[in-house]
Design a protein around this ligand. Sequence first.
Ligand code: PDD
Length: 290
Amino acid sequence: MSDYTISINGQFVEERDANISVLDHGFLFGDSIYEVVRTVNGKLFAADRHLKRLHNSANSLEMPLQQSDEWYLDRWRDLHAKRASGESYLRIIITRGVGPLSLDYTQCEKQNVIGIAKPLNKWPDEDYAHGCKVVLAEVRRNAKQATDPAIKSGNYLNNVLALKEARAAGATEAIMLNVQGHITEATTSNVFFVKDGVVKTPALKEGLLEGVTRGFILQVCKDLGLTCEEGVFTRDELLNADEVFITGTTRDVMPVGYIGREKIKFTPGSLTIKIANAYHDVLHDPKNQM
Ligand code: PDD
């Protein structure tokens, strides 16, 4: 039995009946967007921020959302409610819709909304206790001037190829550089590092997704009185860091132990532990749950 709960345009369907037309531009061209929300104590975590990013993605592609905010929130809630137990990973995909077999989307009138839920996966305890392994991918993050990585689109092929490099090296994630050779982010997480007590993360202008978790971590650093810099960083600066960690909806704050064969000095480092603990409080703060 499949562990997935699926809805199409608000109707629950079995996986075998979950069909979308081959003429949907989401299938033909990756012309779609998505968001992933997780639950905490059975409530949607930071769904308002995910919804805001969904609007940004939609508007950047000139496909303004066709339903009310409450409607999308209800889809996430329904998906979770339909699952038997435990915390959920809740994905909503919005496609451009069905149209002629042409790049021109002007005749695609009705977006399709696909919801997929599964149990929130638990990453190995070992990765949190001693740091995970990541690689620096050969594949580059696409440029802001191409499909802007700020758009959470259904076009994840560079990330798919980067993750393939990670898997080949027995690593859990791949950090991607932009074409200028600066650090951007990992395939489904953002990257932070610590050097001489300063927390650093690539600036949005380098071409990356503005992670919801990343936003909380920047705030957490401020609240903890830590200096945090959003900037332009090279591969060598990352490799010479005192501490490195990745952040995302499913991983929270995960320390990095190795980048390829290079061992990171402290895993986990003291600031990573402090930040991870503070983020745990953010996750469990009822005001972030909807
Ligand atoms: N991915 N960068 C990329 C490219 C991502 O796809 C994600 C999230 C992140 C982290 O963003 P957030 O903190 O908002 O989860 C960064 C989701 C989890 C996914 O694709 O499953």
